[in-house]
Design a protein around this ligand. Structure first.
Ligand code: CP
Ligand code: NVA
Length: 308
């Protein structure tokens, strides 16, 4: 039985044969033209690494499924299992991964990890959420809004609650795609000033209004998210609940928005905390379309990254 257990217990001729075959396969791979991608399977022969340093349901499943639907393959890796979680630098990890895979999606903590990975990788990197942003989510959200209500340009989006990573990406989209954005929440949880400045510099009307009922007037879309994000210390939970209780999205708040206003939440939701069951499951909620559209938006993002 040809086990490969140790060099000193494997026949030297066999070692040489293995080395020769490895070199021959590498040369053949490097010389072979890439299979021409077809419309059905644009990611055929492509390997995508999906790295998660935080938990995920939607991002994990939608990326994995999206790659498979486009004929590619995935490796789903948890940060703690990689050397990344044990002291190897981000730059070195990026260099190594780039030798193996065609595309990297990472969900991580500090945005600087994402930036460093992208700087040193020679393959495209996609942000699957950091402490500071969640761009794939907002691409799906914009897609969902436009499916239901047409162009988002010129519309008013109101964020009620914590000015977190998802909120920042919404502000970035407001600037890039030309819609107005109102934040309502306590001042200690205001959105990132840089994201606010970005949207304003691009010409978007951005308002910060403390009274949630005043804020949602004329809203085309009301959005909220968890009051305690994955990177937040759990010890802040009680304090945040006290601060944010007034910003719960409930029937009364939705009634103060436009009659045809939509409701969105990136999920996972904490029912009866940041949003009531009546709104989550009510006629204005498009949360399941929003979740599904992660798949479609991300497939398009991956194709854009790989120019396919
Ligand atoms: N909305 C979102 O990104 O969900 P997951 O954390 O389940 O991926
Ligand atoms: N703001 C949340 C979003 C989860 C998808 C978090 O970062 O935990």
């Amino acid at each position: 039985m040809p086990h490969f257990l140790d060099i000193h217990t494997t026949d030297a001729t066999a070692l040489r044969a293995i080395l020769d075959q490895a070199a021959a396969m590498k040369t053949a791979r490097d010389g072979a033209p890439r299979a021409t991608p077809d419309a059905e399977n644009p990611l055929s022969n492509r390997m995508v690494a999906l790295i998660f340093e935080k938990p995920s349901t939607r991002t994990r499943i939608s990326f994995d499924l999206g790659v498979r639907q486009m004929g590619g393959q995935t490796m789903v890796l948890s940060g703690s299992e990689l050397q990344l979680g044990h002291g190897e630098t981000i730059a070195d990890t990026a260099r190594v991964l780039s030798r193996f895979v065609d595309l990297i999606m990472i969900r991580t903590f500090e945005e600087s990890v994402l930036q460093e990975l992208a700087e040193y990788a020679s393959v495209p990197v996609i942000n699957g959420l950091t402490n500071e942003s969640h761009p794939c989510q907002i691409m799906a959200d914009v897609m969902t809004f436009e499916e239901h209500r047409g162009p988002i340009a010129g519309r008013k989006v109101v964020w009620s609650g914590d000015g977190n990573n998802v909120c920042s990406s919404f502000l970035h989209a407001a600037g890039q795609l030309g819609f107005d954005f109102t934040f309502t929440g306590p001042d200690s949880l205001d959105p990132d000033p840089a994201a606010v400045a970005f949207a304003r510099d691009k010409g978007s009307k951005v308002e910060i209004i403390r009274d949630p009922f005043e804020a949602v007037a004329d809203a085309d879309l009301v959005v909220t998210d968890t009051w305690v994000s994955m990177h937040d210390s759990q010890s802040t939970r009680e304090r945040r609940h006290n601060l944010l209780r007034a910003y719960q999205v409930n029937d009364a708040l939705m009634a103060a928005a436009k009659p045809d206003a939509l409701f969105m939440h990136c999920l996972p939701a904490h029912r009866e905390e940041e949003v009531t069951n009546s709104v989550m499951d009510g006629p204005q909620s498009v949360i399941w379309d929003e979740a599904e559209n992660r798949l479609h938006a991300q497939k398009a993002i991956m194709r854009w990254c790989l120019d396919l």
